[in-house]
Write a protein that binds this ligand. Sequence first.
Ligand SMILES: N[C@@H](CCC(=O)N[C@@H](CS)C(=O)NCC(=O)O)C(=O)O
Length: 230
Amino acid sequence: MIDIYSWATPNGHKVHIMLEELALPYTVHAVDIGAGDQFKPEFLAISPNNKIPAIVDHDGPGGQPIALFESGTILIYLAEKTGKFLPADPAQRYATLQWLMFQMGGLGPMLGQAHHFRIYAPEQIEYAVNRYTNEARRLYGVMEKQLGKHPYLAGDDYTIADIAAFPWTRSWKNQGIDLDSFPNVSAWQQRINARPAVQRGVEVLVSARKALTNDKAREVLFGATQYAQR
Ligand SMILES: N[C@@H](CCC(=O)N[C@@H](CS)C(=O)NCC(=O)O)C(=O)O
């Protein structure tokens, strides 16, 4: 049994989708990041960076429990545990890991900042909005080119690279993206969206989700609570 500590955000959706794709039994525990649940000592014990998602697999390596944070690591772990969505062939494996790292190191952080400065920031800072919106467009352009050559990011097969990138591209409007300018990304999104496991995965914890634009959530996520030393 796997316990997942999470919330209905792009990084949470990745692991919810993966667990649904694998049909692994799991129990989901809500970590309300707008209310500050991510700073509770019991959550920090498994996710010291105070970010969702985190998992505890009670049947980890050697039959021992394992706790993991960082969604990319969790995806690799689950793929290796089951032999699915991370090809064994070395060239395809590295192609997958390369696009997973593209998501983890570039797409997620940049789209997150575009969203932040466009939607969450208390003042509109033109330089920041332009900087991150331009980066977002550039990154959609990189995917557009790749998806013009292959149906999925790493090639012919649906992999953890797609599972990682897809949830981030669902919020294209808030990132200042015109999806009509990226038809290959749009077609890829539709291919992924058609998967029943994806449809179930993106619904996990949605009923608990609240807007993160209220004063309490802003303070927790971007104010003194976030930066208190623990
Ligand atoms: N690189 C991390 C990023 C995780 C992340 O940024 N999670 C956000 C929600 S999408 C979070 O937990 N924020 C709470 C906070 O910053 O306090 C991963 O991929 O797991």
